[in-house]
Ligand binder design. Sequence first.
Ligand code: CDP
Ligand code: MG
Length: 159
Amino acid sequence: MVEQTFVALKPDTVQRGLIGEILKRFENAGLKISGLKMRWVTKDFAKQHYKSHVKKAFYNGLEKFITEGPVIAMVVEGVCAVETVRKIVGSTEPKTAAPGTIRGDFAHHSYNYTDKKKIAIKNLIHASENKKEAQYEIGLWFTDDEIHKYKTTHEKHTQ
Ligand code: CDP
Ligand code: MG
């Protein structure tokens, strides 16, 4: 049940000075940060990370967005971490993302607006959608020795 997922705080989060604010939401939920680093994504790396989106109409805008500044990459661990993290992140479009979620609280743009302008929807954060994607993305972004094993207080309390 305890699993790892991959999270990236996108360039808009870093540029807006929201790293701490957003990271805090995962810590508040008792999730463990097992790996953490800053990386400036290249176009080649973006194509590997977003391999399922490369041929889509929105990909050019997405590539421009994800390569425009450094991102914070994280491995987040916990019970049903993939699903729990996606719940905290909220749905892809900030306009319809529920209040209380990261995308619902810190952004508001709609697909209608960004698609017309041919830009990416700036939604602050990436999180793996399922276990298979999480496994692929963790392997792409992190080496084994960059992922750490330690006990959080939350784990000690539930033992
Ligand atoms: O990030 P998430 O898994 O929620 O959504 P996705 O469907 O995997 O799309 C990846 C990213 O592409 C989104 O988070 C948006 O930043 C961007 N996107 C976009 O700019 N315009 C769209 N019409 C769809 C996605
Ligand atoms: Mg996705």
